[in-house]
Design a binder for this molecule. Sequence first.
Ligand code: SAH
Ligand code: SF4
Length: 445
Amino acid sequence: MNKSDAERMYGMLEHIGYTQTDEPKEADMLIINTCSIRQLSEDKAYSQIGVWGKIKKSKPDLKIVFAGCVAQQGGKNILKRAPYVDLVLGTQRLYELPNLVKRIETGERVVSIEEKPFEESEIQINRVKGVNAWIPIMEGCNNFCTYCIVPYTRGRERSRKPELILAEVKKALSEGFKEITLLGQNVDSYGKGVNETQNGFEISEGKEFGKDLQGNTINLAWLLRQINAIEGKFRIRFVTNYPTDITDEVIDTVIELDKVCEYFHIPMQSGDDYILKKMNRRYDYATYKKICDHIRSRVKDVTITSDFIAGFPGETEEQFENTLKAMTELELDYSNTASYSPREKTVAAKWVDLYVPEDVKTDRLARLNEHNRACCLASNKKYLGREMEVLIENFEVRKNGDKVITGRTRNNKIVHIPCNRDLRGKFINVRITNARTWYLNGELV
Ligand code: SAH
Ligand code: SF4
């Protein structure tokens, strides 16, 4: 989501005369787009602007913009804490950036963190040329998992207008992109958002887009069908799914539509029923397993990945071991892992008495990662000897002179292939010759 927001910022700024530079010391304006999902990323953001503050001492006209989730949380306190910051840009005010930049150019210092989405205009996104285009379809979250800051930093669920999404997809395809990834905190909620100000509707909780001209309900499955109908060879993915919100209609699109890939990212967070309840997740382990088994039984070669948190407040050794068991039992193909990080405002952060000691969290995270590695390797081994379609994303000449292309299969496995030609953006057939923990080796067929 941050990568996509950053692309949007570049796109807007190019329209008002800015160009991109990789050298902070030469820039007229520096923007940090922050993440606050865990304490570490927040700390990094503040330490980075500290460095930029020093640059500004010898370059007083330099403008510094603090954007994203940490900005949303910190608001005007950021101007106090970091007096060299010119603009604090909240997550729902992204599209206001060009107007705000004009104001800071005249010397004003501005905080814009209102929890009211700034209307999106038909801006043209100037994407850095590549293979994969990340396109947001919905934003925000209504779930309030007790550990998570997202509902506080990104606001309530709201969906982008289908016309804007489809226009953006077509533009990306016309520029040569070959894979479209639809983004959202909960993509299954597409169409159900609260903010339809962009569509001329008034804001009302739970309001749906309604129907298209043929009377079909506008939801994720509908959107996938619209995008799949666009001509040309390309792939479609979507992230992230909330386990119990995945519909059969969406699973059907993966089976029926040629462009929609066999890949689901379905965060489980914990394999223990008590902890899941404490996390305010709306499922228990048996329910998650049922969903996972159902998808695996319907979609051939599907990859299912997940997210897990180690050391949630009150988690016992036994409860943690249930997570390890779940990972293995469900044969998860890959998982993102993190140790629990208390976040301001969230419910679980208040359970200080139940905090798991740092050394225990570190130990559990290490064991979680160990398990994850074993699951990944086992998953990769399933594809040994198979012929798979790979979309090439990288071409690299290694220090020893070897030339290697790297890409992903439809089910999101990374494959390295020796090849002298730069085949970026091409779909090629590859035979899998070796399975490593994080990737596969293959050869052209
Ligand atoms: N909407 C997605 C997750 C978005 S946040 C979902 O519901 O599954 C991405 C991941 O960050 C989460 O899945 C969770 O595993 C992790 N995360 C969120 N808050 C965290 C915290 N306080 N400490 C550690 N990890 C956290
Ligand atoms: Fe929303 Fe929970 Fe996902 Fe956070 S982890 S974004 S609260 S569903």
